[in-house]
Design a protein around this ligand. Sequence first.
Ligand code: SF4
Length: 205
Amino acid sequence: MILDGLLRDIGKCRICRDTPEYGKALPHEPRPVIAASPSARLLIAGQAPGTRVHASGIPFTDPSGDRLRDWMGIDRDTFYDKRRIAIVPMGFCFPGLDAKGSDLPPRRECRETWHDRVVGALPEIRLALVIGQYAHAYHLGTYREKSLTRTVENWRHIRDQARPYRVYALPHPSWRNNAWLKKNPWFERELLPELRGDVAETLRT
Ligand code: SF4
């Protein structure tokens, strides 16, 4: 199958280590982290693995994953059932840290080399959770606003556009966004209940 072949090729990919096109080479061996199957109905499009996920090789094995599962209203077994949920970050490998100890942006090479093909090999997707500014830039097109806050504030309009699947624009569930969540209480009060309903409906059908 097309996706199986793609996942095999991604598993062997060394572009950012051996022939980087944008910036320095990865300072570590590539370890692509992606989970997908052609039958998946729900797509989680995140940013890139951090240090913990790089170590585990499994997506969202960190506090961000705990918060994301809570936002979605599902348990770990459901979250990691790749027959139903595809997890496709904008960069498959941990990009390294900047001078301040923050994660570097997802590698552009990844988006340019793989994303159109991976997303194109997921024909059953009915709902996508698009997380953080890099995934917004790729998945939302002209519906992306000037700031992440304005984009997420526009979530109903974005969700209800005619597409092959519904899309929720979300902030990253990282602790770094605790202040953002506190400042924007409508997110938990209004968006999350509808998100949980859509996730449950998508996984049920
Ligand atoms: S980040 Fe993507 S393009 Fe870069 S080495 Fe990993 S899989 Fe390849």
